[in-house]
Design a binder for this molecule. Structure first.
Ligand code: DX5
Ligand code: ZN
Length: 223
């Protein structure tokens, strides 16, 4: 499988979200990455159910919802009802992670777990086989436009090995600071999905930026 691209609408102009959705819908992007922040798990507030409900009919692409909220298990059904296809919770926010994953699957969504830069990938060892996806955070969650943390490559290598050791088939999704100069290297290290906010929506030609992340031009490949 070639890797997938999930533009994050966090970096879009919220007064023109329908244009951002049309852009993604007509592009080579595979998923729409939707960042939900509660001002508690992370020091920022983004948006919630009404926004997801309103963008849902604007695309046939997968809505990949990333919850940066405390007690996410309280809201699993409402996110399904709002239109989420994938629901990802943070390991750091879930004392009963196995139950949270089962609840997401019981609602018919793909289940993901995200890990922060300080969290060891081994925290996922006992749930990896149950997961549809893992979001490896390559910045501290809460804001778009941050610099990619280089240590993420080492974590990615460890996660790829752990996935094989646990016979898991979870997608590995990299989130934070992804751009045209690190995309090829991330894919080479085993990333299946690249989330990209600023490098798409702040680009002069966002559609071309998505194309470049999908097939990075040879001159950008730094290995
Ligand atoms: C950060 C979010 C990311 C963010 C990525 O907390 O989880 O999905 O939108 O933005 P960029 O690509 O600008 O780092
Ligand atoms: Zn995200």
């Amino acid at each position: 499988m070639s890797h997938l691209i999930a533009p994050s609408i966090l970096a879009a102009d919220f007064a023109r979200l329908h244009e951002a959705m049309a852009l993604i819908d007509g592009s080579e992007a595979d998923w729409v990455h939707v960042d939900v922040m509660d001002g508690c798990f992370v020091p920022n507030i983004s948006f919630g159910f009404p926004v997801i409900r309103d963008i849902r009919p604007l695309t046939k692409k997968v809505l990949d919802v990333h919850l940066m909220i405390v007690e996410p298990e309280r809201y699993i059904r409402p996110f399904r009802e709002a239109g989420a296809d994938h629901l990802t919770v943070h390991v750091e926010a879930c004392p009963n992670l196995h139950r949270s994953i089962q609840m997401i699957k019981a609602e018919g969504m793909k289940a993901g777990v995200a890990i922060n830069p300080h969290t060891n990938v081994l925290e996922l060892e006992d749930v990896l086989a149950d997961l549809d996806l893992v979001i490896l955070m390559s910045v501290n969650p809460g804001y778009g436009g941050q610099r990619f943390i280089e240590h993420s490559y080492k974590k990615l290598e460890k996660l790829v090995a752990l996935r094989a050791a646990t016979s898991s088939s979870a997608w590995i999704e990299i989130d934070g600071g992804v751009n045209e100069s690190n995309a090829a290297r991330l894919v080479k290290f085993g990333a299946d999905v690249l989330v990209a906010g600023s490098s798409v929506f702040k680009a002069p030609d966002p559609r071309q930026a998505i194309r470049n992340l999908k097939s990075p031009p040879p001159h950008t490949i730094e290995i």
